[in-house]
Design a protein around this ligand. Structure first.
Ligand SMILES: NC(=O)C1=CN([C@@H]2O[C@H](COP(=O)(O)OP(=O)(O)OC[C@H]3O[C@@H](n4cnc5c(N)ncnc54)[C@H](OP(=O)(O)O)[C@@H]3O)[C@@H](O)[C@H]2O)C=CC1
Ligand SMILES: CC(=O)[C@@H](O)[C@H](O)COP(=O)(O)O
Ligand SMILES: [Mn+2]
Length: 399
């Protein structure tokens, strides 16, 4: 099952799947509805059983397009239709939807007992306590490149030991882990100071140095909010406290993250910056898929560099650690305010540094609700909704 099939993750997943037809068969596809021709082409080519579109207005046109292409796929519409597809009978659900809207699908897939290959980090971050309650240990296979790397360097739970949401692969006791080290490319504005970020344009922010991704995550990489979200994601997936998670700038994006052990050893995962490898890992788990992408070329000279993050120019990571440690609805507020601010930046109604300033302001005004263990979906969605409204007010006032 591929959710978000028309996006960057979804289209690469289809490439991985079609390259290995003996291993994979896609039973369903979901998307927002904005690229109905592409979705219909994909559905017809893959011969899927069902297609879901989040925008109900797109459903009728999609049915006609499917008929034109000779596809008899069932069409499901609206957020409920996408969630129904997420729970469809299959071996693995790849969640490649973008943003907080992916939460319903994450929960539906987990509650239906599906293995979840998770690219949609926002669903874990905003719904952390709900996802933790819905998931069995090891039911999530991380597709986000850093967490895909961490999983391969992290200890596998021993029998009787409490396993984390994501399964590690190294034979070692959990208490031998000293810290997680998450790499960041630094984005297109790496090495700039805060005063050099004031006038940057959406086109410049969209020009990521190493990855070709959808618009929201690309802007999040430029502000380092993506890294902030990934620190919270790592905490939730591997149960490591925030003071033992480090971010290091690695502009080449070849080392995708590392686990440091108590004896001073560090295990790192390396591969070229291609999401086809983490996607193949997620959907092929526990087997490795052959030739998902070309490996590192060891016959040519190249250099990997590492540097500390400039937290003054890029405060998004420190802020994420604070909201992550606060827990409850705080991470949802951080994410929701950011989604609104990124949309405003892309519409050219908000300056680049004001994205994280807006997030910080909304977070500072947020009143924490119930403790994480008691958090209800209604409280979570209310906090998300409040943060979006508050961010819009602040942005409108600043315009
Ligand atoms: N791209 C990458 O390399 C990486 C992405 N990720 C994460 O993966 C997720 C997807 O990112 P990316 O592929 O770049 O994003 P894109 O914007 O390229 O694609 C998003 C996809 O989600 C679909 N979609 C949007 N809203 C809904 C909805 N309500 N229900 C169902 N589908 C919906 C879109 O459909 P439509 O075409 O109709 O709009 C599209 O297929 C994000 O959470 C991102 O952070 C993580 C690591 C790397
Ligand atoms: C490919 C992937 O996993 C992205 O999340 C990537 O990490 C973005 O790069 P940054 O390191 O610039 O955030
Ligand atoms: Mn990532």
């Amino acid at each position: 099952m591929i959710l978000g099939s028309t996006g960057s993750i979804g289209t690469q997943a289809i490439e991985v799947v079609t390259a290995d037809p003996d291993r994979f068969r896609v039973v369903g596809l979901a998307a927002g509805g904005g690229r109905a021709d592409l979705l219909a082409d994909q559905a017809a080519a893959l011969g899927v059983e069902a297609v879901a579109v989040a925008d109900p207005r797109a459903a009728e046109g999609l049915s006609a397009r499917l008929r034109e292409r000779g596809s008899a796929a069932k069409v499901l519409a609206g957020a409920e239709g996408v969630a129904e597809l997420a729970a469809w009978e299959c071996d693995v659900v790849l969640n490649g939807i973008t943003g907080a809207l992916g939460l319903e699908s994450t929960l539906a897939a987990l509650r239906a007992g599906r293995l979840l290959a998770l690219a949609n980090k926002e669903s874990l971050i905003i719904g952390g306590p709900l996802v933790r309650r819905a998931a069995e240990p090891g039911q999530i296979v991380p597709v986000d490149s850093e967490h895909f790397a961490l999983a391969q360097c992290f200890p596998r739970a021993a029998p009787g030991e409490l396993a984390s949401l994501a399964q590690g692969q190294v034979d070692a006791p959990l208490d031998e882990v000293r810290r997680l080290v998450i790499t960041a490319s630094g984005g297109p504005f790496r090495a700039r100071g805060r005063d050099e970020l004031a006038g940057v344009t959406p086109a410049e922010a969209m020009n990521h140095p190493t990855w070709d991704m959808g618009p929201v995550i690309t802007v999040n990489s430029a502000t380092l909010v993506n890294k902030g979200l990934e620190v919270i994601e790592a905490h939730l997936l591997f149960d490591i406290p925030f003071d033992r998670i480090e971010v290091v700038v690695h502009p080449q994006s070849v080392i995708h993250s590392m686990v440091e052990y108590v004896d001073g050893s560090t295990l790192a995962q390396a591969s070229p910056p291609s999401m086809r490898i983490p996607i193949a890992y997620g959907i092929g788990w526990p087997e490795r898929v052959g030739a998902a992408a070309p490996p590192i070329d060891w016959t040519s000279a190249h250099t990997w560099t590492f540097a500390p993050l400039d937290h003054e120019a890029f405060p998004a990571v420190s802020l994420a650690c604070e909201v992550g440690a606060a827990g409850g609805t705080a991470p949802a507020v951080y994410n929701a305010a950011n989604e609104v601010a990124v949309a405003a930046f892309l519409d050219e109604t908000l300056a680049f540094p004001a994205i994280v300033d807006t997030v910080a302001q909304v977070v500072s005004e947020h009143r924490a609700g119930a403790a994480a263990s008691d958090l209800s979906p209604a409280e979570l969605y209310a906090a998300d909704d409040w943060a979006r409204r508050r961010a819009r007010e602040l942005i409108a006032r600043a315009a």
